[in-house]
Design a protein around this ligand. Structure first.
Ligand code: KG4
Ligand code: ZN
Length: 348
């Protein structure tokens, strides 16, 4: 990574072509000045992975190879621009599945090399936070964000666009992972989160599942215990020959998870003296998390921000927004930037 003199950059519009391929969505977007979506194309592989009950990494990589060029062409077409009009090429370089990441990253580096345009590598998780910049023009750091996705559950202090401190995280499973595992246990398909969310609306939260670490004076989480409790509950019922309601299990599981996510996030916001909550990541699409966090924020007179549904789950628009703030701070990457499957938040 090298630093540019960025005084000139800030004086003109910056158009970024961004690429995302960290998991099972092949995506490209064109973003103006980090805040305006000129186009946002997502080709999802959900139908392909559904029959396996989860993402098969090698299958994901192969499908990214098939989709990447048409998705980029569509993003440029939808933005009504040509590649020549783009100022910067950006791509996610981690965290994610290595084979999947390499497809988007290599394509972006090839485009950058061929056109001579600067290349910026983006941390996918920081991209999730940036989804909020696209939806809320007034939102600026500093703030506290709860990042909840398939692979991550973190509470972070976003001190500036490129300065993020992790203040809490899950000690085991991510919230989205727990959703997906519970979905499997009650016979729902993939991806489990949205299906558990829907089924929970038909049930009542009448089963006590544990809220691990609720009372601990920190911002950390643990979701592996609740997943095991759900499995034990089902096995117990089966062994006793008793019936049980999948909808009640979904509602009770969701109630416990959402409760702890809200409790720890509000604690962080208050302890650090902030006045708003920013949600990000795939699980921020969850209806109960959005509704209950909104209610809690209203009671506590805090502002709340969460992206529209299409920007919660993986997309390239958020990568373009994040890339803009890296670029105007003077960061560009060279052709040696490699995929980093375990890239941490704040590590660039
Ligand atoms: O951020 P994301 O699209 O991908 C990662 O970076 O991991 O998040 C995907 C995760 C999956 O675990 C999925 O089940 C979960 O987000 N998810 C949901 C909902 N929509 C997506 N979880 C709960 N409720 C939802 N409505
Ligand atoms: Zn994601």
């Amino acid at each position: 990574m090298k630093s540019l003199n960025n005084d000139k950059i800030k004086e003109k519009d910056v158009i970024i072509l961004a690429i995302e391929s960290s998991c099972d969505e092949t995506a490209a977007a064109v973003i103006k000045n980090g805040r305006e979506i000129m186009s946002n194309i997502v080709s999802t592989q959900i139908e392909i992975h559904k029959k396996f009950g989860g993402v098969v990494p090698e299958v994901a990589s192969r499908n990214h190879v098939v989709d990447i060029n048409p998705v980029i062409e569509n993003a440029l077409l939808a933005a009504k621009i040509k590649l020549e009009d783009v100022d910067v090429i950006a791509a996610t370089y981690g965290p994610g599945l290595v084979g999947a990441l390499l497809v988007g990253l290599s394509t972006a580096k090839a485009l950058s090399y061929a056109t001579g345009k600067p290349f910026v590598g983006v941390n996918h998780i920081q991209g999730h936070i940036a989804a909020n910049y696209l939806a809320f023009p007034e939102l600026k750091p500093p703030f506290i964000s709860l990042i909840v996705s398939g692979g991550h559950t973190h509470i972070v202090e976003v001190k500036d666009y490129n300065e993020i401190e992790i203040i809490g995280k899950t000690r085991d499973d991510a919230a989205g992972e727990a959703y997906d595992k519970v979905a499997r246990a009650i016979g729902l398909g993939y991806p489990g989160g949205p299906l558990v969310d829907e089924l929970a609306k038909e049930g009542s939260p009448n089963i006590e599942f544990p809220k691990a670490m609720y009372k601990e004076d920190n911002y950390d989480f643990s979701f592996s215990g609740i997943k095991s409790s759900v499995l034990n509950y089902i096995n117990n019922k089966k062994m006793k020959g008793q019936t049980y309601s999948n909808a009640d299990i979904a509602a009770s599981f969701q109630h416990a998870v959402v409760d702890i996510l809200i409790h720890k996030t509000i604690k962080a916001v208050k302890d650090r003296g902030y006045d708003c909550v920013v949600l990000s990541g795939g699980v921020s699409a969850n209806s109960a998390l959005r509704k209950n966090m909104e209610k809690r924020c209203k009671e506590d007179k805090l502002d709340i921000y969460y992206p529209p549904l299409g920007l919660c789950t993986d997309n390239a628009a958020m990568i373009g927004s994040c890339a803009y703030y890296r670029y105007i701070d003077g960061y560009v990457d060279d052709m040696y930037l490699n995929a980093k499957p375990n890239l941490k938040i704040g590590e660039n």
